[in-house]
Each structure stands twice: as structure tokens, then as C-alpha cells.
Ligand binder design. Structure first.
Ligand code: ADQ
Length: 752
């Protein structure tokens, strides 16, 4: 719309100027026609009676001049006439001729005109024009006749000519505006279509091309412009997002209110060692990776299931322990679950029901009534824990993930003014898929207790809104991205999650060369080995089997890589009580054995499977050592390993091969984007990656690092908090309006 206005306003201004110029040109032309018309009419009017006029003027026969003048003014365009003697005296005049047009007022004694005549004289309301026609008798000047012409017809003609001109220009203006809007629309469509084609070409074709596509420079420009815009916006609103900026915004928007996180997974587990000692572990979890730096910045309390074998031994009598060990930035509150609760709520409903329901990865969800009972019970226990931990009526509660869909509404029932921000870390299924879950309505209602409900992508938001539309009586405000139930609003927005930047793990890691040397030595590889890496929980959604098959295909199609290329898979066992996960574990083991058996030569094996939950420093050592990182998820909300690889590469080297089914693929467009099911495409991308020229690696990596630096996890948290503050503000205003002016004072008191 604004673009149209920008084009139309100058266009219409130019047309108005043209209309003005055309009218005054036409006016001038018309005046000269009227001038000639008047002169001709005067000559004709006098010429018929010229002889009689000449003799009567010569003899100053006043009595007989009158009828001659009366005959002249019979012309409907001549209002009056006067006959003037050679000395300029009036000898006769028609009746009613104003004194200002008498001979002595018009002529000097010597017959010269006293003034110029134009169209500005008036008689009554009529415009008039005076003309003087000399009358000769033989060779002598006998006198002259003054004629007063009625010019009102000229004024009428001029006015209608002006109207006609303006009408013509008006029509031209409307047509031009219409054509401009139309052509803009058409060219915008064409442009966006072309751009989309270019982007698809540039990303989709990358996997199979070793060189940069013809549109790569344009794509890079578009991205650079987008980054500059974001950088400009962030400068205008307080600089890049950082821990310090997040703290500032929290203090400004939520004065004195503590942050409480509710998540199943705890950020630090205490484990009993075989020798009886206790060690602290960090779990392999994207949620923990993202949220831990946020909690370091905001402090407060993280409520989680205490699942470490020495967890109970390390808490105080309120089940609290301060973390991170040695830094004590925030409090960890542990909730203890019975075996039945853990089996039903965590393994059952959450991981055999909701996890496969939300991921399109060919695993059937299982919904058991007994699991649902435990899920509800555990959600209530966590909501109770929140109420125990908060200190005021409107705390900030960050509810995390599919384990706690019911918690937002449970908190809302107990603390109506709480700021409940819920983030769903995995995809949201289509309404159709959600319909297979017998508890769909309850899950949706529970989540709509949130002030703000976040997903990684707009697609997941749209799926959620469609689900609400299908299963609940609620008003959906698609433009405002909100759902209103019972007069209360929940924002439903996309907040792509990320990692901390500057990244702690990357900053504390040894230099890239050192990482590379130590990793190659540890794996017994030669110094010029090519190294691929994958880092995952052993989960069927991560596409680990497809990844290994792509490595096998790579070695089939590029025999020269045999003996030189090794793929290291770090794999943390996960949810091992679930049958599907045990199958996967065995499947991966068998696949590694088969591929290694097929290609092994001497001490070289193409695949190194390093099982275990590795410390973040170890993960980063591998990420820094690798030539290529392959993230092959079959479906993934975001995937933070992709972003960690980017953070790890401060040397701007290394190539990311990334599944198009991850949320990350929408942001890291300089990765080689692939369909992990397509082994030809994926293996071609791996081949491209290991032969990619250093300069291209640097360009791609630099662009991705710029993006992750800007869109870091502090921005993720900051945007959700800012939206929650807005929801709260709107709620307060509508409270005031609905309570009327007399109640405003008491509202002020309550909100302090
Ligand atoms: P996950 O599926 O757990 O989380 P993902 O984004 O893949 O998360 O991140 C996994 C994290 O665990 C990374 O920090 C990684 O380094 C670490 N990790 C993985 N394997 C490891 C291993 N073997 N040893 C040590 N560390 C390991 C969910 C969603 C994702 C979403 C995140 C965050 O499924 O789509 O990105 O939440 O919202």
C-alpha cells in the first residue's frame, strides 16, 4: 500500500501541474481568438453603414447618426455604440451606454485611445470589450465609432473549456493511477516469484553443485541487506542481544519479579560414581543447551525432575541446590517422581504418545489411559511446585515443552495474574494428525492458559491455530496472532530458538588446529584425513541411520575417499526403556558394523561410533576438528547442533550439510540443504562438502555466523518476555476500562 502511495502521489502531482499548464495555454489561445472575433465583428458592423456614417460625421449630423448606431447595436453581441467627431467629442450614442465608454472617456482629442482595452471591463455583471473603428470620408478622418461588445459568451466558453480540460485530465489521472497500481502489482508478483525461484535454486541446487550457483551473489546480497536491517533495528533498540541486555529488559518490564522455569530435564544431574563419589553431569538436551544461559542471565528457579542417582543427596530440605556448581547463579528445585509416574508421564504419554505424534518420522504414537492419568498427575505436581516457588501474584513462569501441556492452565487457575510463557520445543502436528490423540482438547486447553505460546516456526503456529479452530470454541485472531478463550488472550507466535552468543563452549575451547590434531590422534587417523561429524541423542527422529547410509553411498561413488574420509558419530543413549529406542540403538550398531566391515582397510574404518553423553567441551572439540558436520533429522523443531557447529567455527571453515526438515534449515540457508531420505542427494552434498574450496567455506560460514550471532538465545527469550509484558499491559488496561474510573485507584494499588 505504502509503495503505491509513494508512486501515485508524485504521479498525480505531475498530472495536476500538466492540467494547470494546459488550461492556461488554452485560455491564452482562446483570448486571441476572441480578440480577432471582436475586431472582425466591429469592422463588419461599421462597414455596412460606412458611407452614411462618414457623411453624417463630417457634417456632425447628430440627429441622423442615432438611427445608424441603433442599427449597429442590433447585433446581439454589441451592447452599445457611440459616434465620435474628429476631436473626440460624442456626437451620438445609443441608449444606456455607460459614461465610461463615451467618446471623451475613450479617446483623446487627437483620436488616440486613452487606454488599452482588454477583457477586464464590465457592465453590470457582463464582461465587455471596447473597440474603436475609425471612419474616413474620402481621404480624411471623419471620426470614429466606439463599440462596446458583450463578451459574456466568451467567459462562458472559457469556463466550459476549463471544465472539459480538467475532466480530461481527471480521467487520465484515474487511468494512470489504475495502470500504475496494476503494473506494480504485476511486477511485484513477478519479482517475488523470481526471487523465490532464485532462492530455491540457490539453496536446493547447492547440494549437488560444487561451485556457487549463478544466483549465489544475489542471495548473499539479500541476506546481507536483511542482516543490516536487523542490525540497524537492534542498534536502535539497545544494541545486539546479550545476557546483559536480557537482564536490563527483565528489570525494566518485570520489576522485582523472579523467573521460574518448569522443564522435565534438569540442567545439572548429580550422579553417584562406582567409587562412591558424586559427579556433576550436563544432559544431552537441546532444551538445556538453550535455556541454561538464559537462566544464568535472569537467575530465579528451575524446577525439574530430579533424575540423577545422587540428586537427593545434594539438595537442601526444600529440595533446592544452587547451580552451576561453583558459580551459583540460580536455584534448581528438584521434583521427585515415583517409578509409576515416570513410566506413565515421561516414557508413556510424553515419549510414546506426544513425541511420535508431533514428529513425522514414521513411529506410531501410543496413547494409554493410564499414561494420561500419570501425565495429569505429574503436571499438577509441577504446577504445585511453581506455586511454592513464586513470591508474588504475577511471577514470570517459563513452561517448557510437551511434558507440561497442562501446566499453563493449572497455573492460571491458581495464579490468575501470572505471566505464563510456554515454549513447545518440537513441531506441532496438523489438526488432522492431532485428531488421533484422544486428549487433544485437554492439551489445547491446557496450553491456552499461557500468556504467550511459542513455537520455532510459523508453520507450527499455523498448525496450532488450525487445531484450536478444529477442536475448541475459541476466537482466533490471525492478524494479531492470538487466541481468545473466555475473554483471555494467548499470543501464539514463532520464536526460533538458538544458542548463547558469544558462545561459552566455543570461547573456552582450544584453538581449531589443536582440536584437529588431538581428535585425529585419538581416532588413529592420518594428518590429512577428512573428517565428518554427527552429534545426537540416539533418537529415530534424528535420521542417524539415513546419515550412515549416505556415508556408505559416498564411499561407493567416491572410491578415492576410502582410507581418507571418516565419519564420527557421537551418540548419547536416550529413552532406553522404550522399545523403539532400543531397536534404533541396535539398528545403528548393526549398520556401523556392516559399513565398517564392507570398507575397512588396515586400521582405517569409515565410521567411528562414540556412544555416550559427552561433555560440552568434548562435543565442541569434535565440531572444531571436523571438515563437515551432517545434521540429517527426519523432522526436528530446530536442531541446535547445527547452530553449535557454526558457533564452534571461529576459523570460518567447515561445511554444514543440513536436513531440510529441521527448523534450522530456514535460518542457515548457506548450509548445503538436503533431503536426508534421498541418499543420492545427501552423498553428493557430502562429496561437495569435502572438496569445497576454502574461500567458499569461509563465505558460507561467515554468513551463518553473522546470523546466529544476531539471532541468539537472548533474543529468543527477550522477544517472548517483551510480548508477555505487552499482554500484561493490555490486560491491565482492559481491567481498568471494564472496572470504570472509580476502580482505577484500587487497580493501581494492587499493581503497586
Ligand atoms: P533435542 O532433540 O534434544 O531438543 P537438539 O536441538 O538436537 O535437541 O540439541 C541437542 C543438544 O544436545 C545439543 O546441545 C548437543 O550438543 C547435545 N548433544 C547431543 N548429543 C550429544 C552427545 N552424544 N553428547 C553430548 N551432548 C550431546 C529439542 C528439539 C529440537 C530443538 C531443541 C531446542 O527436539 O528440535 O532444537 O529442543 O528447542
Amino acid at each position: 500500500m505504502r509503495a503505491h502511495v509513494r508512486v501515485l502521489v508524485p504521479l498525480l502531482a505531475v498530472l495536476a501541474l500538466l492540467a494547470f499548464a494546459a488550461t492556461s495555454l488554452l485560455n491564452r489561445a482562446a483570448r486571441s481568438w476572441f480578440e480577432r472575433d471582436v475586431a472582425t465583428r466591429a469592422r463588419l458592423a461599421v462597414s455596412g453603414a460606412r458611407e452614411a456614417l462618414a457623411s453624417r460625421l463630417a457634417t456632425e449630423d447628430r440627429g441622423r447618426l442615432g438611427p445608424l448606431l441603433d442599427a449597429i447595436v442590433r447585433d446581439e453581441h454589441i451592447l452599445g455604440a457611440a459616434a465620435c467627431g474628429p476631436g473626440g467629442a460624442t456626437l451620438a450614442q445609443t441608449r444606456g451606454l455607460p459614461a465610461s465608454f463615451a467618446c471623451d472617456a475613450v479617446l483623446h482629442r487627437d483620436g488616440r485611445h486613452r487606454r488599452d482595452f482588454d477583457f477586464s471591463d464590465v457592465v453590470g455583471e457582463r464582461a465587455v470589450r471596447v473597440s474603436v473603428v475609425p471612419v474616413r470620408n474620402e481621404d480624411e478622418q471623419a471620426g470614429s465609432v466606439v463599440l462596446v461588445h458583450d463578451m459574456s459568451y466568451a467567459a462562458r466558453r472559457e469556463a466550459s473549456m476549463r471544465r472539459l480540460t480538467l475532466a480530461v485530465f481527471g480521467i487520465v489521472a484515474v487511468l494512470a493511477a489504475f495502470l500504475t497500481v496494476l503494473s506494480q502489482r504485476v511486477s511485484w508478483r513477478w519479482w517475488t516469484h523470481e526471487l523465490r525461484r532464485v532462492l530455491i535454486l540457490s539453496t536446493g541446487a547447492r547440494a549437488s553443485r560444487s561451485s556457487r550457483g549463478p544466483f549465489q551473489p544475489l542471495l548473499a546480497d539479500v541476506r546481507r541487506m536483511a542482516s543490516e536491517l536487523v542490525a540497524e533495528e537492534s542498534r536502535a533498540s539497545g544494541g545486539p542481544w546479550s545476557a546483559a541486555r536480557l537482564q536490563r529488559m527483565l528489570q525494566r518490564s518485570f520489576v522485582g519479579e523472579g523467573v521460574v522455569v518448569v522443564a522435565n530435564r534438569e540442567p545439572y544431574l548429580h550422579q553417584r560414581r562406582p567409587d562412591g563419589g558424586v559427579e556433576v553431569m550436563r544432559p544431552s538436551s537441546g532444551l538445556v543447551t538453550a535455556l541454561e544461559p538464559v537462566m544464568r542471565a535472569c537467575s530465579g528457579t528451575w524446577i525439574a525432575h530430579g533424575s540423577g542417582s545422587a540428586d537427593r543427596d545434594t539438595v537442601d530440605r526444600n529440595d533446592h541446590v544452587t547451580v552451576p556448581p561453583g558459580e551459583d547463579s540460580y536455584t534448581l528445585r528438584r521434583v521427585w517422581l515415583s517409578e509409576d509416574e515416570e513410566r506413565g508421564y515421561y516414557y508413556g504419554l510424553a515419549n510414546e504418545g506426544l513425541w511420535p505424534l508431533c514428529h513425522a518420522a514414521h513411529a506410531r504414537p501410543t496413547f494409554r489411559a493410564s499414561d494420561w492419568r500419570e501425565y495429569r498427575r505429574v503436571n499438577e505436581r509441577f504446577a504445585d511446585a511453581v506455586c511454592q516457588e513464586v513470591s508474588g501474584p504475577d511471577p514470570i513462569v517459563l513452561v517448557q515443552d510437551y511434558h507440561f501441556a497442562l501446566v499453563p492452565a493449572l497455573i492460571r487457575a491458581r495464579l490468575p495474574r501470572a505471566n505464563v510463557i510456554t515454549f513447545w520445543h518440537i513441531p506441532w502436528p496438523t489438526a488432522e494428525q492431532l485428531g488421533t490423540c484422544p486428549f487433544a482438547k485437554e492439551l489445547l486447553t491446557g496450553l491456552l492458559g499461557s500468556s504467550v505460546l511459542g513455537f520455532h516456526t510459523q508453520l507450527h503456529c499455523n498448525n496450532f491455530l488450525e487445531s484450536v479452530d478444529r477442536f475448541l470454541e475459541a476466537r482466533i485472531d490471525r492478524e494479531g496472532q492470538a487466541v481468545v478463550v473466555g475473554g483471555r488472550e494467548s499470543l501464539v507466535r514463532s520464536y526460533p530458538i538458538s544458542i548463547d552468543w558469544p558462545n561459552r563452549a566455543a570461547e573456552s575451547a582450544p584453538p581449531v588446529e589443536e582440536c584437529r590434531r588431538s581428535v585425529l590422534a585419538e581416532l588413529g587417523l592420518r594428518p590429512d584425513a577428512l573428517l565428518g561429524v554427527g552429534v545426537d541423542r540416539l533418537d529415530y527422529t534424528k535420521g542417524i541411520e539415513e546419515r550412515l547410509l549416505a556415508v556408505e553411498r559416498l564411499l561407493e561413488r567416491s572410491p578415492r575417499l576410502r582410507g581418507r574420509f571418516t565419519f564420527v558419530q557421537l551418540a548419547a543413549p536416550s529413552r532406553s526403556l522404550i522399545e523403539r529406542y532400543r531397536q534404533l540403538d541396535q539398528g545403528v550398531e548393526a549398520l556401523v558394523a556392516r559399513i565398517n566391515g564392507r570398507f575397512a582397510s588396515g586400521a582405517w574404518r569409515p565410521i567411528a561410533l562414540l556412544r555416550g553423553n559427552h561433555a560440552p567441551e568434548a562435543v565442541f572439540r569434535f565440531l572444531r576438528a571436523a571438515d563437515v558436520c551432517y545434521v540429517s533429522s527426519l523432522h526436528d523443531g530446530m536442531n541446535l547442533v547445527a547452530k553449535e557447529f557454526v558457533a564452534a567455527r571461529d576459523d570460518e571453515r567447515g561445511v554444514l550439510v543440513l536436513s531440510r526438515f529441521t527448523g534450522a534449515a530456514r535460518e542457515l540457508t548457506e548450509a548445503l540443504i538436503v533431503n536426508p531420505y534421498d541418499l543420492e542427494e545427501a552423498s553428493a552434498a557430502l562429496a561437495t562438502a569435502v572438496t569445497m574450496p576454502a574461500q567458499e567455506q569461509e563465505e558460507r560460514m561467515r554468513a551463518m555466523r553473522g546470523h546466529v550471532a544476531e539471532f541468539n538465545v537472548y533474543r529468543w527469550a527477550g522477544r517472548m518476555l517483551a510480548d508477555a509484558a505487552r499482554v500484561r499491559q493490555r490486560g491491565r488496561l482492559s481491567d481498568r476500562l471494564s472496572m470504570g474510573p472509580r476502580s482505577v485507584e484500587s487497580v493501581e494499588e494492587v499493581h503497586g
